[in-house]
Design a protein around this ligand. Structure first.
Ligand code: MN
Length: 336
C-alpha cells in the first residue's frame, strides 16, 4: 500500500505512523546578528569625512583651518597607539565627529582634534596659539587643565570633584562639551582597557560626567554615558534588563508605530504641525527606577515614551489636550 511520506518519530507498536506529510524544514536563514560593540572596528574616519560632516550643517566652515588642525594633530600624535591598537589619532578624530553631531562651531571641532596634544605630545600652548589663534589655544588649554584635575581629584569625594570640575569649565561651556565627547568615546572603547581602569572610569562616569551632561541639558549623552557605565559595573543586570527591553520592544513594535501615526494625525487634524518621536528607556534608567521605587520590571509604566515637538508654546497645551482626549489618563500618574 502506498503511503504518504511520514515522519520517523519513534512510537508504540500499535500506533499507526502519522499520515501527516512532513514539511521539509525551511532552510535556516543566517541570523542577522548585531555585532557587539567591541568587535566593531570601523575604518578610521578620513579627513574629508570630517569636513563633510561639518559642511553639512555649517556651509561657511573654515575648511583650511579644519584641514590644518587635522594634519597637525595627526603629525603630533605620530605613531602613538591606543589600547585597542588603533592609531592614537583615531581618538581625537572620533571626539571631533561626536561634536559634529551636536553641530558645534569650527573652534570646538578644531579644539577637539587638538585636545590631547598639549598633554600627550610635544605641542605647546604657545604653538597652538600661534597656529590656530588664542581662542582655540584657550579651549585646548582648558582641556589640558581638566585632565590634570582628573588625576588629582580621583580620590576626592564626588561632590567635591564635581564642583571643582564645574568651576574649571565655567569659563567656556565648549570645554565641557569637548570633555564629555572625550569621555563618551573613551566609554565606547572601554573594552580594551585593563579591568581596574575600566571600573574606575565607569564609576567616575556615573558619579561625575553623566550628572554634568544632564546639568547642561545633554540628556541623550547622559543616557549613553550611564548605560555604558552600567554595562561595565553590573554586566549581569545590564544583560538581563537589555534582554527584557528588547523583548518588550519586539512585542510592541506595531503598537508604537500605530500610536505615532495616530497621534501625528490627530495633531494635524487640529492644525498643529508637530514632530512625534518615540523613545525607549535604557537599561540603566530602568534599573535605577526599580531600585529607587523598589518595584519590579512589570510595574514600570513608562518604558516607552512619546515626545511631541511643536512650533509654538501655546500648541504645547493644545497637544496635551489632544493626547488626553484620545487616551485615558491613569489616575494619579499625570504630571504637568
Ligand atoms: Mn582624549
Amino acid at each position: 500500500m502506498a503511503r504518504a511520506q511520514t515522519d520517523n518519530l519513534p512510537r508504540p507498536q500499535n500506533q499507526r505512523p502519522s499520515q501527516r506529510v512532513v514539511e521539509p524544514a525551511p532552510p535556516i536563514a543566517p541570523a542577522e546578528i548585531e555585532e557587539p560593540k567591541k568587535a566593531r572596528r570601523p575604518q578610521m574616519m578620513r579627513q574629508y569625512d570630517l569636513i563633510d560632516r561639518v559642511k553639512a550643517y555649517n556651509p561657511n566652515t573654515n575648511e583650511d583651518l579644519l584641514n590644518r588642525a587635522y594634519v597637525y594633530a595627526m603629525m603630533a600624535h605620530g605613531t602613538q597607539t591606543r589600547a585597542s591598537g588603533d592609531p592614537y589619532f583615531s581618538h581625537p578624530l572620533e571626539v571631533a565627529a561626536i561634536l559634529t553631531d551636536l553641530k558645534l562651531d569650527d573652534a570646538t571641532i578644531v579644539a577637539a582634534l587638538l585636545h590631547d596634544t598639549i598633554e600627550d605630545t610635544a605641542a605647546t600652548r604657545a604653538e597652538i596659539d600661534e597656529k590656530f589663534g588664542p581662542e582655540i589655544g584657550a579651549l585646548v588649554d582648558g582641556l589640558t587643565k581638566l585632565k590634570k584635575l582628573d588625576l588629582v581629584t580621583r580620590e576626592a569625594k564626588q561632590a567635591e570633584n564635581l564642583r571643582k570640575l564645574l568651576l574649571a569649565i565655567a569659563a567656556d561651556v565648549r570645554v565641557l562639551l569637548i570633555k564629555l565627547a572625550d569621555r563618551l568615546h573613551n566609554m565606547r572603547t572601554l573594552d580594551f582597557m585593563p579591568p581596574e581602569a575600566r571600573r574606575r572610569t565607569a564609576e567616575e562616569t556615573i558619579d561625575i560626567y553623566a550628572p554634568l551632561a544632564a546639568r547642561i541639558g545633554m540628556y541623550e549623552m547622559r543616557e549613553e554615558l550611564e548605560n555604558l557605565a552600567f554595562r561595565e559595573l553590573h554586566p549581569e543586570a545590564y544583560r538581563v534588563l537589555t534582554g527584557r527591553l528588547d523583548a518588550l520592544a519586539a512585542r510592541n513594535h506595531g503598537l508604537i508605530g500605530e500610536i505615532e501615526v495616530q497621534l501625528t494625525g490627530k495633531l494635524a487634524d487640529s492644525g498643529i504641525t508637530a514632530t512625534v518621536l518615540h523613545r525607549r528607556k535604557r537599561a540603566y534608567s530602568v534599573w535605577r527606577k526599580m531600585e529607587r521605587k523598589a518595584v519590579g520590571f512589570e510595574q514600570l509604566s513608562d518604558i516607552f515614551g512619546f515626545r511631541v515637538v511643536v512650533q509654538k508654546l501655546s500648541e504645547c497645551y493644545q497637544a496635551l489636550g489632544i493626547v488626553h482626549t484620545t487616551w485615558p489618563v491613569v489616575p494619579g500618574r499625570f504630571k504637568d
